[in-house]
Each structure stands twice: as structure tokens, then as C-alpha cells.
Design a protein around this ligand. Structure first.
Ligand code: ATR
Length: 331
């Protein structure tokens, strides 16, 4: 069908993700769900426009037309890039006129030395997950922390607990002190009270000290053992697991055992796991049994992607479309 060939053409710009390995990345599906839905709507509305002979067709045409985004002519691909090829990759991306890239494991830190500019937040986080190429210049961003904030705002809004979905002045407990924790603690300690706990306490202390050194004063770190007295959890409004415990295939693991908490003790609390495979980790299951409002890692994944997408295209994508594209893949 010649119309289908118009989905990609000589003006199509490339977006993508680099990592190693990359074959299991969900980013292409998530981003292409927005891009191709728009392309298909455009094809359908063009086809209908040639033959509007009923009210129904007119309605459908108007509906499709009102939802169209102009000039969203992109395709999103995955690139398996070895660490030794990072510098050449940046050079090649410029030559190929690539518009933007996400950056994932293991390149988020090493890529920084090859970029022309780094956004202030990414600089302070010390890692980049998004690159924008414009006029021959590369600029690095980090959308993980803000993606987490958006996910929490969505959770609060959905549960209608606040007149405002703003997240500030909350007490947040972050379990883990690795890369993901760093982005989340950085972003959330701008206007909340963040406690970091970790198996290796030294890493939590180092993160606390670093955040304080850049002016984020409302941070402390606590030994994981302190939460053997599980009631210490009850001080917090939001509890987040950023450790890998509970991730497929080790689904019986959990960083804290919440099953000994009194019934309903987590009512009104938000418990979040940034893991999305499985959808519900043991940690989230136990939290839910004690009455918490829970959220898995799909929301953060989608929101960090949506912020990258907006950096590249200027368009705020529909996160529900992105989420449902992932659900079909993960089910
Ligand atoms: P990511 O980039 O996903 O954050 P990471 O930087 O490797 O990954 O961090 C993994 C986190 O999970 C760390 O906080 C790690 O704790 P340590 O700093 O003590 O290693 C935590 N983690 C991993 N395995 C763990 C385990 N078996 N028990 C407790 N914490 C664990």
C-alpha cells in the first residue's frame, strides 16, 4: 500500500536509545506508540477527506483531524553501543542528523564527557539519560528524577487526596542509594524531606553529603537495620523502593518485610516501587495489604520518557497511550 510507505519518508528524523545490551528495551514501543498512532491517524484522515459523504464520516474526520499533531515525523530505534564506541557514536549521531537519544545502562555517566553541553540538573545528578542534538550541538539531560516526581503527582491526583497534586513538604523514605536513587533523591529533596537508607550505609551517607554540598539541606541517612523496628516506617508519607530486590526472576525478595506491620497501618501512605517487572513486587503487595496506596515502576518509566519526548519534539505526549503500549508488551 503506497500510503503506508508515507509513514516514513525523506524528512523522517531519528530518535532512539543507546545501551548495552539493548534488545529488551521497552523505549522503542513506548515512543513509537505516540509517533505511529499520529501517523496512522493522519493516513486515515487523509483517506476519509477524499470521500466525506455521510455525517458519520464527517464526524470521524473532524475527530481525527482535531487529534492530529503536525510535523511529528520521527521514528524511534534501539542501538546496541559498546562502551568503547561512545565517542564515535556522538560524532555519528551528529552526522546522521539524529534528533535525540535516550541513554541507558551502562552509559549514563560515561557519555557525559563526549557531550557539548549538560543541563544543570543532569550535571548535579551526575548522569545523563537523554541527549538532544540541535544545530550540530549535543546537550545532555536527566529526566529520571522529574519523571519520578510526575509519577507521584499523578498518583496523588488520581487518588484525589489533595486539592493540589503538588508534591512538597512530604517526608520521603528512599530505599537504596544507587543510580536510580540518586536521581530521585536529588529531585525530591529540592522541596521535601528525604531519608536515604541502604544495605551499604556508606553509600547512603555519601549521597546525603553530596546533596547537602549542593544546597539540598533536608536530607539524612539512616541504617537499614533501624527499620527492623518496622514502626519507624510510619513517620513517612511516601516510601520508595529503588533497589533491585523483587525484580524478575527474584520475585520473592523484598528489601523490607512489611507483613508484620499492624493492620491498616499504611492507610493514607504512598508506597512506590520503581520495578515494573513484575507489576506488583512482593514489597508492593505487602504494602497494599496494610492499606497503602501503591504504584509500580511503569509510571516513572512513562513519565521520564514523556519528558524526553517533549525535549526533542516540543510535544507533550499522551502518557496513557504510552502506558497502554507497554501493558500489551508486558502482559
Ligand atoms: P540502579 O541504577 O538501578 O539504582 P545500582 O546503582 O546498581 O542500580 O543500585 C542498586 C541498589 O540496590 C543499591 O542501593 C544496592 O545496595 P548496595 O549499595 O548495598 O549494593 C541495592 N541492592 C542490590 N542488591 C541488594 C540486596 N541483595 N540487598 C539489599 N540491597 C540491595
Amino acid at each position: 500500500n503506497s500510503n503506508l510507505c508515507n509513514l516514513l519518508n525523506s524528512k523522517t528524523r531519528i530518535l532512539g536509545v543507546i545501551g548495552h545490551p539493548i534488545a529488551h528495551s521497552l523505549s522503542p514501543i513506548m515512543h513509537n506508540s505516540i509517533i505511529f498512532k499520529n501517523k496512522v491517524n493522519k493516513l486515515n484522515s487523509d483517506a476519509i477527506s477524499k470521500n466525506i459523504d455521510t455525517i458519520e464520516k464527517l464526524k470521524e474526520f473532524k475527530y481525527l483531524k482535531s487529534n492530529l499533531i503536525d510535523n511529528l515525523n520521527y521514528v524511534y530505534l534501539a542501538f546496541d553501543i559498546l562502551p568503547e564506541n561512545l565517542e564515535n557514536m556522538v560524532y555519528s549521531a551528529k552526522i546522521l542528523n539524529i534528533r535525540g537519544l535516550n541513554v541507558t545502562v551502562p552509559h549514563k555517566i560515561d557519555i557525559m564527557q563526549y557531550l557539548d553541553e549538560i543541563d544543570e540538573d543532569a550535571k548535579k545528578i551526575g548522569a545523563v539519560n537523554t541527549i538532544s542534538f540541535e544545530n550540530g550541538t549535543s546537550k545532555g539531560y536527566n529526566t529520571d528524577g522529574l519523571g519520578f516526581r510526575k509519577a507521584i503527582e499523578e498518583l496523588i491526583e488520581t487518588n484525589n487526596l489533595n486539592n493540589s497534586n503538588e508534591v512538597k513538604n512530604k517526608k520521603i523514605l528512599v530505599l537504596g542509594a544507587g543510580g536510580a536513587s540518586r536521581s530521585i533523591c536529588y529531585e525530591m529533596s529540592k522541596d521535601n524531606f528525604v531519608t536515604i537508607t541502604n544495605r551499604t550505609l556508606e553509600k547512603a551517607i555519601a549521597l546525603e553529603k553530596y546533596l547537602k554540598s549542593i544546597g539540598h539541606k533536608n536530607v539524612n541517612s539512616v541504617k537499614l537495620d533501624e527499620f527492623n523496628d518496622i514502626t519507624n516506617l510510619l513517620d513517612y508519607d511516601i516510601i520508595v523502593n529503588t533497589t533491585s530486590l523483587g525484580m524478575h526472576p527474584n520475585i520473592d525478595e523484598t528489601v523490607l518485610n512489611l507483613s508484620n506491620l499492624p493492620e491498616n497501618s499504611l492507610v493514607g501512605k504512598f508506597v512506590v516501587d520503581i520495578i515494573y517487572n513484575p507489576f506488583e513486587t512482593k514489597f508492593l503487595k505487602q504494602a497494599s495489604e496494610k492499606g497503602a496506596i501503591i504504584q509500580n515502576g511503569l509510571s516513572m518509566l512513562v513519565h521520564q520518557g514523556a519528558i524526553s519526548f517533549e525535549i526533542w519534539t516540543g510535544i507533550k505526549p499522551d502518557v496513557e497511550i504510552m502506558k497502554s503500549s507497554l501493558l500489551t508488551k508486558l502482559n
